[in-house]
Each structure stands twice: as C-alpha cells, then as structure tokens.
Design a protein around this ligand. Structure first.
Ligand SMILES: *Cc1c(COP(=O)(O)O)cnc(C)c1O
Length: 353
C-alpha cells in the first residue's frame, strides 16, 4: 500500500526545549489509515495534524474500543534518527487489537509508516539530553452505531510529540502509594492490553494518591490485593539482597518493552533477575530486614523512575535514603545511551531510519 503525503501550508513554531513537558505539543503532520470490513486497511496517508471529524454515535466514544502504543525517536550525535524497538510496539499493538476485537495491522507496514512520518518530521526531534520525540500510534472504532458489537470501521493514527523528561522532578525518586482498595485489572480482563479503558479505571486511585502527596499508584492483584502488579504506566522492579525481582507477566500486567529491555540488560551484566509473584508484605519485610536495596519503575515515558518512598496500609518506608540507587542509575544511563546511539547496541533494540 502506498502512503500519500499532503504537507501542511502552515508549519508551527517549535516549542522551546525548556517548555516541552510531556505530550503537550504536537508536530505538523500525522499518519492516518482507515479500515473497512471486507476491504481491509486502506487510504494510508500523511496529512497535516488536526482535528478528526467523527460522528457523535462513533463507537469508540461510547464503548471504549481503543488501543494505543508509545515509543520514542532520538537523534544520535551525527544527526541520524533512531527508533527504539518499534517492532516490539507494533507486535504488542496486535496483541491489544486481538483482545479488543480490532483487526490486526501489518507490523512491517506500520513500522514503515512510523519511519516515514518521523523522517518527514525529524526537525521536531529535540536534541538536548533527556528529550525525545514521543510517538503515539493508536486505533479507534469509528462505526456510527450504538449497538455493543465490534466495529466494522477503524482509524489507525500516529501523532508525534516532542517531549522533555516525564516527571517534573527529573530522575529524582518518586513517592508511590500502594493501593489496597481500588484495582486496575484482573486476570481475564484487559490488563495486558494497552487500552484506553485501563487508564480510565486508574484515574480515581491516582487522584486520591495525589491528594495524599504521592505521584503514582502501585497496583496490587485484583483478587487478593496482596501481590504487586505494576505502577500506573510503568512496570516495577525491586532489588532485594543483590537480586532483582519483578512481577511475572500473569495476564493482568502490561508487558512493558522497557521492562523486557531492563531484564535483558541486567542479565547481560550477570545480575540475577527473577520474574515471579512478589507480595507487598515481602517487600516491606525485606525493608525491615535491611535487604531492600532499590525500587524502580520502567516505562517508555520515564525510562527508569527510581522510587524513594512506598506507603502501604499507612506504613511508610524510605528506600535507599530517598536517593537513586546504583543499579537504577546504571540502567537509566544504559537504556538512554542505547536509545541515543551513545552506547553500541549489542541487543538489536535500535532501528535506524
Ligand atoms: C505502556 C505501559 C507500561 C510500560 O510499557 P513500556 O513498553 O515499557 O513503555 C507499563 N504499564 C502500563 C499499564 C502501560 O500502559
């Protein structure tokens, strides 16, 4: 399928680097293609970024048949454009598609479309440390029909946003609230899918945690509220007595690509990594025994986010004196080094344009 290009006649001014924030500014163009049952994906096009026209009865607006992805583009020191693991993102999009009865996309074509869009918009890739061009592919159901049924028409869209660091605090450790009332997902539900509804389900707990002074929620399993699952938009890791432990993928946790990259990198350093069930109690007991060395979250937006404090059932623990630990720092430096081409990629993560 050919991708047509219609260029904007009114390019926008680029935001200053210190005003980037996360997801506030969007580039001049977007990629769009349509799906119609019987016809498949068609009309692939790059067009000026702008509002969509949707029927008010449009399926996604009522029943949330929507999936999305998030990945980043960087420039190396020579100005080459690098994408970090785009095939993993498009494969995961298809897993989410399957769960929500959305038709599969052609992974190779979708990565090609992202490359073409990013190439056109490469002036939008910010170059100072910690910044990147965030890529947000998503699919929405567009049938003008109020019946509860998988739609027969969809739009696959890719938008681009130049971003600074995800947290206002930078790489400073965050305070996290272990949520023991609300749950995000249960096995058999949509927890392993990157879908809008999971985020809608998370907002209430996030809001409550913020009023208590915490920046994120750590979710426990939806059945026993005992085992740790993940943070809002990040997977979670614990370094206990020299070993790194992260909850195993059990169907209710999102299989983070930064999680997978971190596991591969840690193993390449000879650090023991365990993917298994881990309870909040085990973490708090390890802290009491003086064995909880580090806690960190992993996700595309923040890359590595050290955790300085956990609060569970009113009990607060401070991790590593509220400072970033050596393993978290080394992982952050390594992943961002690979992403920006400063470190030679022996993992086959980076895709050059
Ligand atoms: C996107 C996401 C993550 C992180 O995944 P990455 O591929 O590392 O960005 C973790 N948890 C949830 C719920 C997510 O939506």
């Amino acid at each position: 399928m050919e991708i047509t290009v219609t260029k904007t006649t009114a390019p926008k001014a680029k935001p200053p680097v210190d005003a980037l924030g996360f997801g506030k500014h969007f580039s001049d163009h977007m990629f769009v293609m349509d799906y119609t049952e019987g016809k498949g994906w068609h009309d692939a096009r790059i067009v000026p970024y702008g509002p969509l026209q949707l029927d008010p009865s449009c399926a996604v607006l009522h029943y949330g048949q929507a999936v999305f992805e998030g990945l980043k583009a960087y420039k190396d020191a020579n100005g080459n454009v690098l994408l970090f693991r785009p095939y993993s993102n498009m494969n995961r999009l298809n897993q989410s598609n399957d769960r929500l009865c959305i038709p599969q996309i052609d992974v190779e074509f979708a990565v090609g479309a992202i490359k073409k869009l990013v190439e056109l918009e490469q002036d939008w890739i910010p170059e100072s440390p910690g910044t990147s061009l965030y890529i947000r592919p998503f699919i929405i159901a567009t049938d003008p029909f109020l019946g509860v049924h998988p739609a027969q028409t969809y739009k696959f869209i890719v938008i681009l946003s130049p971003v600074g660091s995800y947290y206002k605090e930078g790489l400073n450790p965050v305070k996290i609230f272990v949520e023991d009332e609300f749950v995000r997902a249960v096995r058999g539900g949509m927890g392993f899918s990157k879908t809008a509804g999971n985020y809608a389900a998370s907002l209430k707990a996030q809001e409550v945690a913020e009023t208590k002074g915490y920046s994120q929620v750590l979710w426990l399993d939806g059945v026993e509220r005992k085992y740790i699952e993940e943070v809002g938009a990040m997977n979670i890791f614990f370094k206990i007595d020299g070993k790194v432990i992260t909850p195993m993928l059990n169907g209710s946790i999102l299989a983070g690509i930064t999680r997978d990259s971190s596991i591969q990198i840690l193993k390449s350093w000879g650090v023991p990594v365990e993917e298994r069930k881990i309870s909040a109690e085990e973490v708090f007991e390890a802290h009491k025994a003086g064995k909880l060395e580090e806690v960190f979250g992993t996700g595309t937006a923040a890359v590595i986010s050290p955790v300085g404090e956990l609060c569970w059932k009113g009990e607060k623990i401070t991790i590593n004196n509220g400072e970033i630990g050596a393993t978290s720092q080394k992982l952050y430096d390594t992943i961002t080094g690979l992403q920006s081409g400063k470190i030679e990629d022996t993992f086959d993560f980076v895709v050059r344009l």
